[in-house]
Design a protein around this ligand. Structure first.
Ligand code: FAD
Length: 450
């Protein structure tokens, strides 16, 4: 690739994001020091000393292009992801999913990194943000000392230690024949989508919630003690009316179809700038995912809801990225400091690889004086980067997986979910090709000028 330079980059964290970032930067000519604290200091979830260890499932999600993760993986292949090459080499039969031999995958990544002439792996815990150019990719289980350091640098209010996430649905999947737009007491216009429940629907919902199965919690995932983030099923356990006086209270709302206040209301709040995604207000939950789909689809208006993420509650260190990051993964406050992976809320294995790749490419670009790579928002990676870094920096922020709800709508609209997703994928891959061609022509022109 590019010619070697003397520029030095530190990458902190040899997980999925950090390994991909280190590789991309080194391939572009930087000298990279990759700091990984394991095996000297383990996290509560990792089991080995390998780089890029998969801490739980061995699946990198769907292969098909008309699935969000399938599309993101295809984009990453086009962008030269080393981790996806290793995933391909170590793939196992798993139907429509890309599953890998967990140890074989981590070993393959470790071997490629260790053999790279411009990467030095340093097995050390870092507890200070480096003074020079760096990418921080220490993941959801960032060591406490570094987490404290990041919190003092970014501001305590910009680092979260616990995920208490409510499910998110696509706006287009809400049945607006049943739900209605309004804000409580008319304050704030039509900001919320409201799903009204009569007494019967409410009782049925509470019963289903109480009999649903919760996910087992791992030892290190302490329960959340704040009253404000009690799981919705816990609130329901406190008494049959506790939800009707809590997150489902109907006060200040009138159903325009009946002209009356509903018995209870589930409110949905806009979650992305474009208004394509909505979260269920106050619905942080620890229910198993299949049970969430089943129970939450009992809510009138959500019978056909498409969940782009489900609720969960677990330990998760992540930054309030919209206030701190640019779409290049650079911090707003320090040009030579990049962040990537689950730490910035790019949820999941493939999302972490993706933002690691972007941070690695851009750290090299910055140090070598090239324009930084900001992908079109019609690509899945461009849309994810825009979600993480864009919008109102004061907005509520939750980690996000790749999903079609992040992409701008199709013009003209396409009916039918599968056809629509296939059209999104075609448009994304065409936009990526155009972007890459433009980059190549620019490089060729720069080469001629030199
Ligand atoms: C318990 C658990 C289960 C998960 N299961 C899944 C799943 O099944 N599927 C999925 O898609 N996603 C899952 N995730 C979410 C997420 O995709 C993974 O955590 C993913 O590994 C994140 O990649 P990353 O590179 O950001 O962080 P990691 O892969 O965790 O890498 C971070 C690395 O930084 C190192 N490190 C931390 N602090 C320091 C320090 N101070 N100095 C040096 N090194 C440090 C760590 O040892 C680690 O190797 C899970 C997360 C958790 C916590």
């Amino acid at each position: 690739m590019d010619k070697p330079s003397e520029e030095q980059l530190d990458v902190i964290g040899g997980g999925l994001a950090g390994s991909e970032a280190a590789w991309q930067a080194a391939e572009r000519g930087l000298q990279v020091r990759l700091y990984e604290m394991r095996p000297r200091q383990m996290t509560p979830a990792h089991q080995s000393e390998y780089l890029a260890e998969l801490v739980c499932s061995n699946s990198l999600g769907a292969r098909q292009l008309d699935r969000a993760l399938g599309l993101l993986k295809q984009e990453l292949r086009r962008l030269g992801s080393m981790l996806l090459e290793c995933a391909q080499e170590t793939a196992l039969p798993a139907g429509g999913a890309l599953a890998v031999g967990r140890t074989a995958f981590a070993r393959a990544v470790t071997a490629r990194i260790q053999a790279h002439p411009r990467i030095t792996v340093v097995r050390e815990e870092i507890d200070r943000l480096p003074g020079g150019p760096a990418i921080v990719a220490t993941g959801p289980l960032t060591s406490p000392a570094l987490a404290q350091e990041i919190a003092s640098w970014a501001g305590q209010e910009h680092l979260y230690f616990y995920d208490a996430m409510a499910p998110i649905v696509t706006a287009e999947s809400v049945d607006m024949e049943v739900a209605f737009r309004a804000s409580r007491y008319g304050r704030g216009g039509d900001d919320y989508i409201n799903c009204p429940l009569d007494e019967q629907a409410y009782d049925r919902f509470v019963q289903a919630l109480l009999s649903a199965e919760t996910a087992p919690r791992r030892e290190f995932e302490d329960p959340c003690f704040f009253e404000a983030c009690l799981p919705v099923e816990e609130i329901a356990r406190r008494g049959p009316q506790s939800l009707a006086y809590g997150p489902l209270r109907p006060v200040g709302l009138t159903d325009p179809r009946t002209g009356r206040r509903p018995y209870a209301v589930v409110q949905l709040r806009q979650d992305d700038l474009a208004g394509r995604l909505y979260n269920l207000v106050g619905f942080q939950t620890n229910l198993r995912w299949p049970d969430q789909r089943r129970v939450f689809r009992l809510i009138p208006g959500l019978e056909q809801a498409e969940f782009v993420r489900l609720g969960q509650m677990h330990r998760n260190t992540f930054l309030h990225s919209p206030a701190l990051l640019q779409p290049s993964m650079q911090s707003r406050a320090r040009q030579d400091l990049f962040f990537a992976g689950q730490l910035i809320g790019s949820e999941g294995y493939v999302g972490s690889i993706a933002t690691g790749l972007l941070a690695g490419i851009n750290a090299a670009g910055l140090l070598q004086g090239r324009p930084l790579c900001v992908l079109p928002q019609t690509t899945m990676l461009g849309a994810l980067a825009a979600y993480l870094s864009g919008g109102d920096p004061r907005r509520e922020f939750q980690p996000m997986k790749a999903n079609f709800g992040l992409l701008p709508p199709l013009e003209p609209p396409v009916r039918g979910k599968r056809e629509r997703y296939a059209a999104y994928a075609r448009r994304a891959l065409e936009a990526l090709e155009t972007f890459l061609q433009r980059e190549r022509s620019q490089e060729a022109e720069d080469g001629r000028r030199d």
